[in-house]
Design a protein around this ligand. Structure first.
Ligand SMILES: C[S@@+](CC[C@H](N)C(=O)[O-])C[C@H]1O[C@@H](n2cnc3c(N)ncnc32)[C@H](O)[C@@H]1O
Length: 484
């Protein structure tokens, strides 16, 4: 979460913590209590909201409208807390970062209700005061009441005109506050877009549109695994055919896990750009044999499941490697029952290959990255990531790409992908690896993608960069290289 950072306890995937009951009584307001408890877990023990929230809703038997409200409040508060903290700073006599963490989360939750929902202000304030009383006591409840009454005096636009830096003097700060992102991410994304924020009117820049897209709820996108389900089955299940991916569909409403083909593992939830990355690697032109494929960083197996299906359809085989055993188990499940049993999962460190050099015809390296391309789906990630993460991730990405090039035979193709548009993680990594070896050349990834789908508004090339605000996908980067 924003500047009010706190000392961290050990990370955890975020298991539900009890039943959220006080004194053995069910909470009067289960939706807000779930939202509050998820915010606390995200802040306190680095839980992932997208994993913890559904588990907590199930555990506490919160469903229907209450579940929808809890989801909206949790995600909305996490996404908007950069803006809300600036407002709260203006409404308290001390920085919001110095307020006790539980009280701070109640204030953020209340501010979200007041400034970004249709909940009547008196209901938002009284529910927040009640929550503060339950989790922190009478004194903090009075403090919350006083602060939220000030917040309620203006709408969000009016507050942002007051609290956001002047766009001409500080365009990055202006966007950081009005679009609720850390400054370093605003700067990195503007660089990736080639956007000059010093130009007049940064509030209407492409960077501003991208940041706004991060604050929208993304569509649920399904993939029909090649050889196991046709795209038509997605449509029969209520999805709308995807704009670009010939194996994709958008689910306008409803729980994807209620679809039988999802429960059977023939259809899965997968971002459209991920589908296109796998399809493009499979479509890239190749001289010579096309039988042995490698996914070097396969967990949890989304792209591997598509690749395994495609490999099986042409009598090739996919080896899907993953360093973490529990994620390798997910890969094994994802590729199970692929056509002709074409996919196999393996626990392996891609930087210390368990295979011979030049053993594969096609290799995917979907490298671990900052995930700045998936900020729509992971609402807390923007506050958790720091520029320091690049110091460990970028060298690892380069090592993995170099080993991928070693693993592919001369004439074979490597696809290098990251779920990040950060220049150091995409084109920077490709350039750095190619600067150190003379046995690889860059291919035109746009041309290979064009064999699969007509995707507009791509950068000039040779690499492909998808964008949420242009394509409705995650911001995946894709480069194709051929070993010579
Ligand atoms: C971006 S994710 C891959 C996503 C996957 N391709 C999919 O579509 O589901 C990167 C994966 O690489 C794994 N990883 C990290 N370091 C690795 C290494 N040295 N060798 C193999 N896998 C590694 C991570 O555990 C993580 O599961």
């Amino acid at each position: 979460m924003p500047s009010s950072q706190r000392p961290r306890r050990p990370a955890g995937a975020g298991r539900p913590t009890g039943r959220g009951r006080t004194g053995g009584q069910p909470p009067r307001d289960p939706a807000r209590r779930v939202a509050f408890d998820v915010l606390r877990a995200v802040d306190d023990r680095d839980a992932y909201a997208n994993l913890l929230l559904p588990a907590m809703l199930t555990d506490r038997r919160v469903s229907g409208r209450d579940a929808a409200l809890a989801t909206e409040l949790t995600y909305g508060t996490l996404r908007g807390s950069g803006s809300y903290d600036a407002v709260l700073d203006a409404c308290t006599d001390r920085p919001i970062g110095s307020v006790d963490a539980p009280v701070r989360d109640v204030l953020r939750l209340g501010t979200h209700q007041l400034l970004a929902t249709r909940i009547p202000p008196h209901a938002a304030v009284s529910a927040s005061v009640d929550l503060a009383r339950r989790v922190a006591g009478a004194g903090p409840a009075r403090f919350v009441n006083a602060v939220l009454r000030k917040v309620a005096a203006r709408d969000l636009a009016a507050w942002l005109r007051i609290v956001a830096p002047d766009p001409a003097a500080d365009p990055v700060g202006h966007l950081a506050v009005t679009r609720s992102h850390p400054r370093w991410i605003v700067t990195a994304l503007a660089e990736a877009l080639g956007d000059d924020l010093a130009a007049p009117d940064p509030a209407h820049s492409e960077t501003a549109r991208l940041l706004a897209a991060h604050n929208e709820r993304p569509a649920v996108t399904l993939v029909a695994k090649p050889g196991r389900a046709p795209q038509a089955e997605l449509i029969q299940s209520g999805a709308v055919a995807a704009r670009y991916s010939p194996i994709g569909g958008y689910l306008p409403e409803g729980d994807p896990h209620a679809i039988p083909a999802v429960r059977q593992g023939r259809v899965a939830v997968q971002d459209e750009a991920s589908q296109l990355v796998a399809l493009t690697l499979a479509a890239a032109p190749l001289d010579g044999p096309d039988r042995r494929w490698l996914d070097l960083c396969a967990g949890p197996g989304g792209k591997a499941s598509v690749l395994a299906g495609l490999a099986g359809q042409r009598d090739a085989r996919l080896l899907a490697a993953e360093i973490q055993p529990h994620r390798a188990a997910l890969v094994a499940a994802a590729v199970a029952r692929s056509v002709r049993g074409a996919g196999r999962a393996l626990v392996a460190d891609g930087t210390r290959p368990a295979w011979a050099d030049a053993a594969f015809d096609r290799v995917l390296v979907d490298a671990p990255c900052t995930g700045l391309g998936a900020l729509r789906r992971r609402p807390e990630a923007r506050w958790r990531r720091t520029p320091d993460d690049l110091a460990t991730l970028v060298p690892l990405q380069r090592r993995l790409l170099a080993r991928a090039l070693d693993a592919v035979r001369p004439g074979g193709v490597v696809a290098y992908a990251t779920c990040s548009p950060h220049l150091d993680e995409g084109p920077g990594a490709v350039d750095a690896v190619l600067a150190e070896r003379s046995d690889a050349t860059v291919l035109d990834a746009r041309a290979a993608l064009a064999e699969v789908a007509a995707v507009p508004e791509l950068p000039p090339g040779p690499h492909v960069q998808f964008w949420p605000h242009r394509h409705g996908t995650d911001a995946l980067f894709l480069a194709l290289l051929r070993r010579s």
